[in-house]
Design a protein around this ligand. Sequence first.
Ligand SMILES: Nc1ncnc2c1ncn2[C@@H]1O[C@H](COP(=O)(O)OP(=O)(O)O)[C@@H](O)[C@H]1O
Ligand SMILES: [Mg+2]
Length: 244
Amino acid sequence: MNSIAVYSSKGGVGKTATAVNLAYGSSRRGKRTLLCDMDPQGAASFYYHVSTKGKFTKKQFMKGRLKKFICTTSYPNLELLPAHFSFRKMDLALDSDRKNELKELFNSIADRYDVLIFDCPPNMTLLSENLVTAADQVVMPVIPTTLSIRALAQLMRFFDKIDADQNKLRAFFSMVERRKRMHVDMVRTYRKKKVFFKSIVPYLADVEKMGINRAPVAATIPGSPAAVAYDRLWMEIWKRRVCE
Ligand SMILES: Nc1ncnc2c1ncn2[C@@H]1O[C@H](COP(=O)(O)OP(=O)(O)O)[C@@H](O)[C@H]1O
Ligand SMILES: [Mg+2]
């Protein structure tokens, strides 16, 4: 099983849009995929019309009762573990001395899936640390602005601090606007760096429309520039997978 955390300490950079579309791309290629909505705001669950089953609270989660709460979606090969509002207090439940706690919880369902995608909440918390540790790859959307680049540098330092493998971190440029000089210059400067994927995701209205369509872009507008961009990103991520 390959696990991918879509993470950034910043909000509004395209994490959920990315996680939702990558999960769809993975399932379309026949991979048994589980999208784990780790953000208490539950946006990934919303996009897939999934709401928390019964009492899937932080407490149930920490007891490892995941199977019972996994939901099907309208798409083959794609299941979703919904978020619950109580996840906002996940840090209080996690043990700061056990960085693998979350990874161990997910081990119980590992054999059922080829791909696990975590839609992470923003911030740098104990939950972030657990998610980064649990994932085989950490994918960070970066809007081409100074503060986003700074957030990437901070994440690299965070990796060092928690002894995480820098090799599993890759960023990509998200919400790129070609008419903005700063975006174009930043993409040109940083895209060559090893930490960046070659794929970029432009700023496209079709991605925003996901909020109305409540579906991944490739499901409603296949072949659109947005669908193609996420597909390319998925292919790059998949090439770097650690397991068969
Ligand atoms: N590539 C994109 N083009 C246009 N809008 C985007 C794009 N990616 C995300 N958005 C929009 O930006 C907002 C924040 O995106 P979201 O994925 O929720 O960010 P995050 O999960 O990092 O907070 C949403 O309204 C979303 O529809
Ligand atoms: Mg989000």
